[in-house]
Design a protein around this ligand. Sequence first.
Ligand SMILES: C[S@@+](CC[C@H](N)C(=O)[O-])C[C@H]1O[C@@H](n2cnc3c(N)ncnc32)[C@H](O)[C@@H]1O
Length: 620
Amino acid sequence: MGCHMPVSLAMMLGACVKPFDAWRRRPGPGFGRPPTAEMDSGEQRRVTVLERCLGSLAAVRPAPPPQQEKVEASNFSERLQLNYCPTKRSEVLRSLRPQEEPAFAAARGEGEAAVEIHWTPAFGRYLVAARDIAAGEVVFREAPLVVGPKAGAGPTCLACLKALPEDTWEGCEQCGAPLCRPQCGGRGHGERECELLALLGLKHEPRNTSRVKQLNALLAPLRVLLLMERSPAAKAIVDALQSHVEERRGLPIGRFVETHVVAVLRERLRLAFAAEEIRRACGVCDTNSYQVSAGEDRVGRALFAAASLMNHSCTANTQHWYHDDVMSVRAVVDIPEGAPVTYAYTNVLWGTRARATHLATAKLFTCGCERCLDPTELGSHISSVKCRECPQGLLLPPAAASAPWQCRACGASVSAIAIETLVRAGGAALGRLQPEDARSVAAAHAHLTRILGDTHYVVVEVKRALVRAIMATPLADITQADLERVLDLTSELLRLADRLQPGLTKIRGLLLLERSRALVELLWRCNTGAEGDAATHLETLICNIPGCATLLQNLTEDLAKCEAILLYDSRFSGVKEVKQRLETLKLTIKTSLLSKEMGKIDFTDMKTGDSPRHVSIGGN
Ligand SMILES: C[S@@+](CC[C@H](N)C(=O)[O-])C[C@H]1O[C@@H](n2cnc3c(N)ncnc32)[C@H](O)[C@@H]1O
């Protein structure tokens, strides 16, 4: 679900509600779906539609892995059934290694769904594990009902979601809407849509950016409406999804929809849909869409039937990958039978108020999980701001938005407005970052750490940007000091991820990848003696065989974990590359050891260390 980096602390935590996460156990009395009498008849009907959808999906033969999937756009229910692919039994992490993927696919049989629908008045419907699900397992796969550009995005190819340069894109020959090339129309940008968009007159106003933004805001709802027109099965499902249409009426989003979607579709595109139907389609898209990306330059939003029933958690137990037009929802930690299967609707590396603002304005609810109610955010202090009065002190967010922030160490207090101004300034500096320029990112890091402190989420964001900026440079050109900085930053960020988002998450995969790349490069330099006195360091490592072996063993394990996590990710090839480099390095070190007759060391059968850790290899 879409996330944007917010720069203000406009919203406060709302009323305490029972945390959704508290229900991790098997349903007991009072848990899950209450007797029908307690659910109103409309809700009951909607649950039944979605339940039928899940039930029929569970009985069909699962689809092949996503690479081989051929999705027919025309027949919605068949498409959904083909792609809803519950795995039959728990699979352990190692089963997800790419070379074992066919076996993993074969292990899926006809059988029970991994999830079922529950309902409570406070949380509405939500998915619950119908059996134990193992970390790394694909809980289900699903093809989208519709896909479209993100609302508010710049020029984006309507067919393949490729981001287009602001002023040089070519429009569709018929309607003038953005396409990366005329032939990219077809399935993504169909005939009926093209006829309708021609009425917007884009062809006569080539590359009008504000028109394009307006188009991006209405395209997903338009595609939902056209799908409902074509397919009664799809209509039944969309009708059953939550839209918050009533609550949105008096809000800014309601007014935006009225002007930029309802009026345009009815008056300019002369669509016969009732205004309320259009409002509902907009509400369904905004409440349920997932942000999907097929590579870094192809980002959009997509609506799914089953995945729309996953409720939010700030420590979610699943993440999704979008690959070849199919979304794979994977467990990032073990999910016991009966526990809610959840997904984070916000960026979990934002502070609580930023997350709460997004959830309140885009999804219209207040999260009341343990982290949201804890001012230290599970000890991470990701919202705390550095105290000016004492060296180690942190100002913690108060429960009430307007109350002053207080330092736990020295008792100093600072007004809410002053803190908000600081965080806004930090957000603005983040917005001005030149992400490809490692030097300027490093300067911003130093500056923002001075203002906000080392733990604040704006600083965390800059640390991630710094790792990316350094590691985007060709490896051979990165200084030893910068490589060591990457080791420190990634290790620190991995510890933060352990606290806030444990498990086989994308951020863990990416951090492990960058840390491994940096470490292998440093070892390589030691090995070749390319940098200064580095050969001596290798000598030291070789003399210390257990240390050397543990280091290489940890690296091997990190890369295996990384491979399992990034299996469906476009950055997967990066893991392969660093793995090959590590294997060559191991061979060289082994040969070197043997030539020195110092040891008979088997790197493939080393005692495993605990979690991966930063191993200092010295060398200033
Ligand atoms: C994608 S839908 C999830 C399915 C939804 N519960 C339903 O009944 O259709 C998102 C909506 O579910 C509700 N929701 C999701 N997670 C929640 C949570 N942790 N606490 C309260 N409400 C939640 C909110 O109303 C939100 O806008």
